[in-house]
Design a protein around this ligand. Structure first.
Ligand SMILES: Cc1cc2nc3c(=O)[nH]c(=O)nc-3n(C[C@H](O)[C@H](O)[C@H](O)COP(=O)(O)O)c2cc1C
Length: 176
């Protein structure tokens, strides 16, 4: 079984990537599950002009991205909250694909500096993923990110582990 984590902040000095790292480690501890982070900052995709399926000569990086999503049994979106919404980089990367997302469970990890844990992002992302036929695989809000996770992706509050275990378990259960 394969789980792909999409780390969606491309911001200089970003903090949500530490949550992606946390989930990478946590998921890797689950038996028979392979996990990989796809980092949108590293990918550095240009601004969307057309879906990958409609491009005549897509660059290899886009084909590699599509293949990773296609081969994943489930996806964890780690998404920061910007002004009550998702960052452009996430939507930019999401809209490139369609069939690759379809029928796949998505766990939504929303990350914020504030105390509400990015709940507005969760509402929006649930709507967007439903449009391409993804399955809601669970919600994991992260408030006060720098207080709750170290840069290396260690949880600074032990209570996070139980919540993360239940989130991962719920996501895996939704894999058909
Ligand atoms: C443009 C921008 C808008 C933001 N808006 C919000 C917000 O609406 N609510 C909130 O709790 N945090 C907000 N933040 C803080 C981010 O949630 C915070 O930086 C968090 O660490 C996740 O984003 P990051 O991975 O880019 O660091 C905002 C940050 C930026 C850069």
């Amino acid at each position: 079984m394969k789980i792909l984590i999409l780390s969606s902040s491309v911001r200089t000095g970003r903090n949500s990537h530490r949550v992606a790292r946390y989930f990478q480690k946590k998921v890797s501890e689950v038996k028979d599950v392979e996990v990989e982070i796809f980092d949108l900052d590293e990918a550095d995709f240009p601004l969307f002009k057309e879906r990958l399926s409609h491009q005549d000569e897509p660059v290899q990086e886009l084909n590699d991205y599509a293949e990773k999503v296609d081969k994943a049994d489930a996806v964890i979106f780690v998404i920061p909250e910007y002004n009550g919404g998702y960052p452009a980089a996430w939507k930019n990367a999401f809209d490139l694909l369609y069939d690759e997302w379809k029928d796949k469970p998505a766990g939504i990890v929303s990350v914020s500096a504030g105390s509400f844990g990015g709940t507005q992002v969760q509402v929006q992302v649930q709507w967007v993923i439903s449009k391409v036929g993804m399955i809601n695989g669970g919600l994991f809000p992260v408030p006060n990110v720098t207080k709750n996770f170290s840069e290396e992706g260690e949880a600074l509050d032990e209570a996070v582990h139980g919540r993360a275990d239940r989130f991962i378990e719920g996501l895996i259960k939704r894999i058909g």
